[in-house]
Unconditional design. Structure first.
Length: 322
């Protein structure tokens, strides 16, 4: 559904009187298969927005190629736009217009007859749980309802591929969870391919078949969420010591368990990453007990996508989004 090879984009800017070339994206290669939900993650300034704009024909690549929904983004951008849906982060609805009128007018831009657009729009309103909203103004809707209206507008022309740019930003947890259900249904019920950008790692983990991570203008990781998490070196074992003076002995035992990986000590807490920690934890606790090291708490945490992101980019996506 999407194939990009060597996709790059440079910009000319000025630093004082000097003209400088900035490489925003440097040779991106990516593949998205039909029917996938793919998450696209990256820190601010990594090239994520620039790549998205090139794939949606909003920005012309400096070099490289991209075939989106069967059409070349530079040679046939109109055909690309007719084949995709795009839901921007800022939304596309006017606050004072009637919701149904907005959707129908959007369909008319694609050459869809008004009667057919109205029928398709009402069908989407039902699927996206927007009952009674046809004549409502978007400014009177909740945040979750407005985002579902944005998605309805992006789907009105039955695109095979839809780009969702930060679709749940600003929503409360209940509205986010509700929207996740509808995003999953785009693929499971409509067969739509979804290309999703998000700053919520739990969202990417829950929704996406695969994740692409971009940093410094290049794709640095591309795999399933589970496979990416397996690349992080083990589970995080964290021991809270009853007596901080026992930290040295605790480190000795932990590092034996972690095959020599250095442990971190912060006050009375000692932590390290250990492969298969669940299987090996009982033995560690017996050793510590025999050595007289008393614990107030033990925690074992499986790797998260934030751990993956930190490993790949040196930054936490949560911190970057804050």
């Amino acid at each position: 559904m999407i194939t990009a090879q060597g996709l790059s984009r440079t910009f000319q800017t000025r630093r004082g009187r000097e003209k400088v070339t900035v490489e925003a994206v440097t040779g991106v290669d990516l593949e998205v298969a039909e029917g996938e939900i793919v998450g696209f993650l990256g820190p601010n300034g990594a090239g994520k927005t620039t790549t998205l704009r090139m794939l949606t024909t909003l920005l012309r690549p400096t070099s490289g190629t991209a075939i989106v929904a069967g059409h070349d983004v530079t040679k046939d951008p109109v055909a690309v736009r007719r084949s995709i849906g795009y839901v921007s982060q800022s939304g596309s609805t006017a606050g004072v217009a009637r919701a149904g009128e907005e959707v129908v007018n959007h369909a008319l831009l694609y050459g869809i007859p008004a009667d057919r657009a109205r029928a398709r729009g009402q069908e989407l309103f039902e699927q996206l749980e927007l009952p009674g909203m046809w004549t409502r103004q978007p400014k009177t809707m909740s945040g979750g309802q407005r985002r579902r209206l944005d998605i309805a507008m992006g789907l009105i022309h039955d695109p095979r591929l839809v780009f969702l740019d930060e679709p749940t930003t600003g929503l409360d947890p209940q509205a986010r969870a509700n929207l996740w259900t509808h995003i999953s249904a785009l693929r499971s019920e409509l067969g739509t391919t979804v290309f999703l950008t998000t700053h919520y790692l739990d969202e990417a983990d829950a929704l996406c078949d695969r994740i692409l991570v971009i940093d410094h203008g290049e794709i640095v990781a591309a795999d399933t969420p589970d496979a990416l998490k397996r690349q992080v070196a083990g589970d995080l074992v964290e021991l809270v010591l009853a007596d901080p003076a026992d930290a040295g002995r605790a480190v000795e035992h932990l590092e034996r368990m972690s095959d020599g990986v250095a442990a971190d000590v912060a006050g009375g807490t000692v932590s390290v990453r250990v492969r298969d920690a669940g299987r090996r934890l009982a033995g560690l606790l017996r050793e510590l007990d025999d050595a007289g090291v008393r614990l107030d708490a033990v925690e074992v945490r499986r790797p998260t996508l934030d751990d993956v992101f930190l490993t790949m980019t040196g930054r936490s996506l949560r911190d970057d989004a804050a």
